[in-house]
Design a protein around this ligand. Sequence first.
Ligand code: MRU
Length: 339
Amino acid sequence: MLETVRWKRMNGTDLLPGKLRIIDQTKLPKELVFLELDEIGEIVAAIKRLSVRGAPAIGCAAALGLAATAQHIETDSAERFIAEVETLAEKLAASRPTAVNLFWALNRSLSHLIRCDISDVSELKRELLREALAILEEDIGMCRAIGEHGENLIAENAGILTHCNAGALATGDFGTALSPMYAAHEQGRVFTVYSDETRPLLQGSRLTAWELNRAGIDVVTICDNMAAQVMKEGKIDLVMVGSDRIAANGDAANKIGTYGLAVLAKHHGIPFYVAAPTSTIDASLAHGGLIPIEIRDPAEVGAAEGVRVYNPAFDVTPNGLISGIITENGLHRPPYHFH
Ligand code: MRU
């Protein structure tokens, strides 16, 4: 499996010193290159420009990135150390607004640091890293569990439509929406995945199609505006996508274009599934209208000079269009009530 987010030891067997190691996804599919980072500015920039992306991967990268940067804090005071870690966490939290896993992972790391009540700073640095590694480990387990809960939705010769990338490149392991596909493939089932190109940054054609093809899964790239026609031709049996944040009522934010697919799926009588870990559920938000939507740089969208561009990176699919939400705990059917 691709190791999208990992910890790189710099000194043989010891965990510290070390660096956050990520695949630079801006270079895919042309080149598979890794970045090793331990400086706050470069980690924030890597998340912003989508070198590391996808909700669970962002969470893992933020936790490991926090540990990588905190190892350089020079103080003997535990109080001072924690205050500086909080400042680093605030900088990481300001990188992207929609995927809740970022805030979830940073809060979890900070709470652990405070809860462990240790006065030795070098031990605190290790604790921060241990918690980040636990987040990564759990993410790997979560991917496998989603695969097991979702693979039986994929029948032999099924056509599956997916959008953006919710695969190995978006998580610590198999992915969320792509995990049931990997699991079904492992069992020898044959099916075809239609991967939306995903304008404007092409996560579908650059990342999803690349990783599925690499794994030997039959994948076809289509442009975003072809989904209705492909559904009408009877090629799609189910839609499976990931999510960046799910509200308490099951409304789910995902890459821009997902909502439109859900409307199309409903029209054509095709089941529409969302796969995401419980770390993506934000039960503090009653409904999806409260999910912050990232607006990205107009330069990402090709436009004639002088023409204004609107570039929201996500949209929210209302719960009524979602046939099921697959988490590591199983398949949830509507009505959704997450706490
Ligand atoms: O802007 P991106 O590439 O980070 O958006 C990613 C998505 O929308 C994914 O579908 C989502 O994060 C789920 S990843 C398992």
